[in-house]
Design a protein around this ligand. Sequence first.
Ligand SMILES: Cc1cc2nc3c(=O)[nH]c(=O)nc-3n(C[C@H](O)[C@H](O)[C@H](O)COP(=O)(O)OP(=O)(O)OC[C@H]3O[C@@H](n4cnc5c(N)ncnc54)[C@H](O)[C@@H]3O)c2cc1C
Length: 244
Amino acid sequence: MSSHIPLRLVQRRALTASALHLSFEHAAGEALAFRAGQFIQLHVVDAHGTLQRRSYSLAAAPQAEGGRWEILVGLAPGGLASARLARMEPGETVEATGPFGRFGLTPRDAAPRYLMIATGTGIAPFRALLPELEARAAGGARVAVLHGVRDEGQLYFREDFLAAAQRTPGLSYLGCLSRAAGDGCDPPLHAGRVQTALAALAPQPSDIACLCGHPDMVDEVAARLRDAGLPPPAVRRERFTASG
Ligand SMILES: Cc1cc2nc3c(=O)[nH]c(=O)nc-3n(C[C@H](O)[C@H](O)[C@H](O)COP(=O)(O)OP(=O)(O)OC[C@H]3O[C@@H](n4cnc5c(N)ncnc54)[C@H](O)[C@@H]3O)c2cc1C
């Protein structure tokens, strides 16, 4: 699917002062298909009248009937798309292209353990992958989701991951706080970056890892996983570059 798609905003939820959970439907009522892990591009016109595109990972699992496209938006101060999306009200429309990308898992993947590592809004595609991760854990694999943020309030969709971990032995979720201790949280949080939480998991060459979010984290963790013996195809990366 690559032509312009008119999207109508049907739901907006402020998760924090700088993060929005937006839900779109096709403005003409058509199906919105995608694979979990993919992203779309929203079209925004800049001050010079030039069309700009900004990428957003789809943040909810695909539905058989081709339901909605949900995204998690981190509002960048002074950002073009951020300003547009921050003002957008239900009923308004925006053009999009997509879906794009091959991030995530394939039906041929058969690892004993999956390491899903995100920072910030990079948790979005893992929420879309959650039913698949649960199915793999139910089938005997282990799945570890690590989410790194500055403080607890930025653990977007935490309740969804905790609920999945509770009903699915083999699936674990750990919030990692780089700037706060997270004392007294139940279940406990990791005081530190995802890199230190990952070291405690002792990555193995047989693991498959998906890394998503801040480009520095993605690059650093990818290098560590290569050092731990994971072959390049087993380390999948989605770098949330600015103006992507
Ligand atoms: C594959 C992919 C998936 C992505 N998925 C997501 C997602 O799910 N959620 C999400 O939030 N983001 C995601 N991103 C990032 C997203 O596409 C945007 O880059 C981001 O939201 C910022 O867009 P913006 O238009 O608001 O900011 P921009 O206008 O691109 O600006 C970004 C920042 O740079 C600053 N800036 C802009 N121009 C200048 C300048 N000339 N000088 C100095 N500073 C400047 C702005 O103030 C702002 O802080 C993804 C990126 C990629 C590549």
